[in-house]
Structures are given as C-alpha cells and as structure tokens.
Design a protein around this ligand. Structure first.
Ligand code: FAD
Length: 436
C-alpha cells in the first residue's frame, strides 16, 4: 500500500498508524500540535469498562481491556533490563448504577458473561455492604441544584448495580499515545508534528490529495484518514466530503475533589462509578487521593455543542463544578466541595447513536475514524487494527459498502462486522449518552 496520511496524532490516529505499519504500509501521522496525545486524548479519563448497549461495543471494550492489561507485551516494549515508561491499567472495579435493573440490563450482563467478562449484579444492600461510603438512595429524576426539590429527602433506594471487578482506568491516555508513537517510530511510522493542515486539494490525475500546511508547505498522498477528533467535521469540509452521518464537538468539564478519608485516615478505596441515577461518573485519580467527576448528561442539563472547535472556553466553571460536586455529595455524603479544580475537553460526538464512524467515504482514498463520542479511548487499540484492515481491504479493491469487511477479534473471538460503524447505517440501540 502507498503512503497513508493520518490527520491527527491522538490515540486513534497513532493506533491506526502503528497497525498500518505492521501491515507493511507507510503511514505518516500529521498533527498541528507539538507532540502526540495533546488533543482531546489528553483530557480523557481513560475509563475502561465493558458495559455497552450493543454486543459489538461490549466485545470491542473487552478486547481493549485485555490489551490494556498486557500493554507492554502488546507493544513489544520492555523485557529484561528495560523499563520503559508505560501507561498503566489500574483496576479498582466499576459499579454501574442504572435507573432500573430490567431485562435490557440483564441481557447486556448475559452477553458480557458470554464473552468472558467477570460481572456481578448487586442489590442495594450488597452495594451498601461492599461500599459503605456510598448512599444507596435513589435521586431519580435528576435535577438541577437550583430546583427546589434537589435536596429532597427520599426513602426510595437504587434498584441495584452492575459490578465489573476488572474494570478501571488507564493512566495516562497521553502516555499511552506516546507509547504508540514510540512503537510506531520503531516499526516505520513517520510523524509530522507541528503541522496544521489548512487546505486539502483533490486531484483526478497523479496523487489524489495535496495537503497545504499553515506554513505554506505542501505534501501529496493517495490515501488520507481523518482522525482529527473534535475537528472531524471541519476536516471533512476541507476535503469537500459531506458524510450522511453527522459528527459534532461537545464541550465537557471534568472536576476534581479530594477523596474522603476512612477511619484509618487514608483515602477511601472508591471504585469507578457510572451513576445514571445521579447523572455523574467518577474515578480515583492521583493514586486515589482525588476523585474526578464527569457528567452523564441527564436530560435536565444543557448540552454545550461547539460550532468551532478552535473557539471554546477551555477553563472550568464554578457553575458546573458546583453542580457535579453536589450530585456527587448525594451519592457520597462525606465528600467536601474544596476549591475549583478540573479540566475541560471536547468529545467528537455522533449524535445519531453515540457510536464511532469507521469507514471509507464516497471520495476515493478518503477514510474516517471519527465520532468517538467520548468513549473510544478504551477501544483505541482495537479501532486501530480494524481501521487498518478496512483501509487495506478497500485500497485492495473491496467495495466495503456492498460487501462489508469482517474481522475476528483475536482475544475474545468475536466477529466484528465493520458495517456496524458505517456512515450509511441507521441508529444503533444506545443510551444516547457517553455510555454508548
Ligand atoms: C473529557 C473527556 C473524558 C473522556 N473519558 C473517556 C473515558 O473515560 N474512557 C474512554 O474510553 N474514552 C474517554 N474519552 C474519549 C476518548 O478520550 C476519545 O474518544 C479519544 O481520545 C479520541 O482520540 P482521537 O485521536 O480521535 O482525538 P484527539 O486526541 O483529539 O486527536 C485528534 C488530533 O487531530 C489534530 N488535528 C485536528 N485538526 C487538524 C489539522 N487540520 N491538521 C493537523 N492536525 C489536526 C489535533 O491537534 C489532535 O491532536 C474522553 C474524552 C474526553 C474529552
């Protein structure tokens, strides 16, 4: 295969590049920033869980989890006498609290078990016994803090939770991406960093794409992959390729608070929590000293869609910080608010169903790995392998729209039909949130 230009040195672009190089292609990762992993990947919470609405995403998440658990071997880094700085997969477990433990939830749990995920269904009493610092009251429906019923006392309890003992988070997503750069360089990927693509010219004859950079320099390629994260729709416009499926940038804030201490004076052993009953998710940070808290976008909150991913408020706000911490305090009453801390970042969302778009396009030689919808860090190594196979097959003449590429995930033995990620698809079953 000829040279492939990958626009975006985030975790997705770097994962695809390495997999392409392993297949003998000559990828060039292009990023306008000075190093890889400095875009939206740098804001990622890196949570790795398998609980998703569809068997395909659950299987990809499990495949990803097995890779993160074996990261050094997967990359072929390390070995006797070598101690590379590697991203770590911390596994305190994850508790997922749905509004109801119904047939749909039980179906997902059954599928998780079928592909080998350790998972338990816990009742409210079991949750209280295992995690005594969590209040098991139900706060549904979720409200804004200025709603007069926000602090209403309730006798109702959550109906239970799904617990994944092997779930956790990777520290840090940026380091994981830099690990991918290291093995990419080792195996033939080239990196053109500090290069912003301003314009893309398409040619009928000769090489198909000419990239014009902000310093006026130019490079031509036959194959182009859009892995530009929250800039995905901006870049599609540069190529003159409107997709039938929309991707949009969504602003997020993730706050930080100190983890409350137990009777021994040490920070409590808090698992990752995805709490649809309170509208928040959280995970430990800094060795457990802090908790980071994000939003699960309850209906009462306003979504901050961003039209221009180069023009948005990068600082965190007192208003969102307070809302998130107050919601957390209902679930974990010993938390104290503390000072304003956190980061803001952008998701690249597919509003249709919050699943990625990994596909060819109607422009020959132009591919997309976009719409990662706030939850594709965990699956990035798997996405890398699938997109590399897709590009290889299509450049080899396969009509993926009519005859979709299929690939068996080596660790879970699950066959992924890549039409699942097609730009031409109808909406998949989804929570319509970052949970997928
Ligand atoms: C706050 C937050 C929390 C998250 N938490 C989780 C989580 O817990 N678990 C999980 O699995 N996922 C999570 N995610 C999602 C996950 O991090 C993303 O899906 C993933 O990092 C996206 O990677 P990417 O490579 O597509 O994008 P990016 O990392 O944004 O990379 C795209 C790159 O493209 C470059 N670029 C754009 N335009 C151009 C151009 N014209 N020329 C050159 N370069 C260009 C940018 O500089 C950028 O570096 C979270 C995301 C955010 C924002």
């Amino acid at each position: 295969m000829s040279e492939v230009a990958i626009i975006g040195g985030g975790v997705i672009g770097c994962a695809v590049a390495w997999e392409l190089a392993r297949r003998g292609a000559r990828p060039v990762v292009i990023d306008r920033l000075g190093d890889v992993g400095h875009g939206s990947t740098s804001a990622s919470c890196g949570i790795v869980r398998r609980f998703y609405s569809t068997p395909t995403m659950t299987a990809m998440a499990e495949e990803g989890a097995r890779i993160w658990a074996d990261w050094g071997n997967h990359l072929g880094l390390g070995g006797p006498g070598k101690e590379p700085m590697l991203a770590r997969f911390e596994r305190p477990g994850m508790l997922f609290i749905p509004p109801a433990v119904d047939e749909r939830i039980e179906g997902i749990v059954e599928h998780m078990r079928a592909i080998g995920v350790r998972v338990e269904l816990l009742g409210a009493d079991e949750i209280a016994a295992r995690f005594p610092f969590l209040d098991t009251s139900s706060h549904w429906p979720i409200r804004q803090p200025d709603d007069e019923d926000f602090f209403e006392e309730t006798e109702r309890r959550i109906c239970g939770a799904v617990f994944e003992p092997d779930a956790g988070y990777v520290v840090s997503p940026m380091l994981a991406t830099q690990n991918l750069r290291e093995v990419g360089e080792r195996d033939g990927v080239r990196f053109l960093l500090g290069h912003a693509v301003e314009e893309v010219r398409r040619h009928e004859k000769g090489r198909r794409f000419e990239l014009v950079f902000s310093d006026g320099s130019r490079r031509s390629f036959d194959v182009l992959l859009n892995a530009s994260g929250p800039h995905s729709s901006v870049f599609n416009r540069k190529v003159g390729c409107e997709l039938p499926i929309e991707t949009r940038a969504l602003r997020r804030e993730v706050c930080a608070v100190e983890t409350p201490t137990g009777s021994d004076g040490r920070p409590l052993g808090v698992p990752v929590v995805g709490d649809l009953d309170s509208g928040i998710y959280l995970r430990p940070e800094g060795g457990g000293r802090d908790l980071v808290v994000g939003s699960l976008d309850p209906e009462c909150d306003t979504m901050e869609w961003i039209d221009d991913p180069d023009d948005w408020q990068m600082g965190v706000s007192e208003k969102i910080f307070e809302r998130q911490i107050l919601r957390l305090m209902k679930r974990m009453p010993t938390v104290e608010k503390g000072r304003l801390r956190g980061i803001a970042g952008l998701y690249d969302v597919t509003p249709l169903d919050w699943n990625p778009v990994l596909d060819r396009t109607q422009v020959p030689g132009y591919y997309v790995a976009i719409g990662t919808s706030g939850s594709s860090f965990k699956t990035a190594p798997v996405v890398g392998a699938l997109v590399a196979q897709l590009i290889e097959a299509c450049e080899g003449g396969r009509n993926h729209d009519a005859d979709p590429v299929r690939a068996t995930l080596p660790r879970t033995n699950f066959e992924v039909d890549l039409s699942f990620f097609s730009r031409l698809r109808g909406a998949h079953t989804s929570s319509g949130t970052v949970l997928g």
